[in-house]
Design a protein around this ligand. Structure first.
Ligand code: AMP
Ligand code: ZN
Length: 114
């Protein structure tokens, strides 16, 4: 999708600190980390939000969560715990309209979110 920041990151037109990549998924460090571990896990294919996911994409979604699981172990937050967040649209705080999951950990996270 032209003019999509995360599509540009997928296409390596914009540099990012990549921590995982395969043919379907890219994971990179958030540029403004909110916790010691703050990784964005995204599908390489452009979906504007979780609302654009359909049944044919369920396998991809499962794979994304599997990558989150793997990264949680790799970044040593599997024992302490972590949070996977998807912000959707304005009230959810979504600022980049390319589906992404925040993997946050390395400190005690507050609940409920602000
Ligand atoms: P959201 O508010 O859920 O849409 O999350 C978008 C996230 O993308 C924010 O946490 C930003 O800090 C992050 N972000 C924006 N630009 C970049 C970039 N160039 N590289 C890495 N992360 C970015
Ligand atoms: Zn995109």
């Amino acid at each position: 999708m032209p003019d999509c920041l995360f599509c540009k990151i997928v296409n390596k037109e914009i540099p990012s600190d990549i921590v995982y990549e395969d043919d379907q998924v890219l994971a990179f460090r958030d540029i403004e980390p909110q916790s010691p571990v703050h990784i964005l896990v995204i599908p390489k294919e452009h979906f504007a939000s979780i609302l654009h996911i359909q049944s044919e994409n369920f396998e991809l979604l499962g794979h994304i969560f599997q990558v989150c699981n793997q990264l949680a172990h790799e970044f040593d937050i599997d024992e302490s715990g972590f949070r996977i967040v998807n912000n959707c649209k304005e009230d959810g705080g979504q600022t980049v309209n390319h589906l992404h999951f925040h993997l946050l950990g390395g400190r005690k996270l507050a609940w409920p979110p602000g």
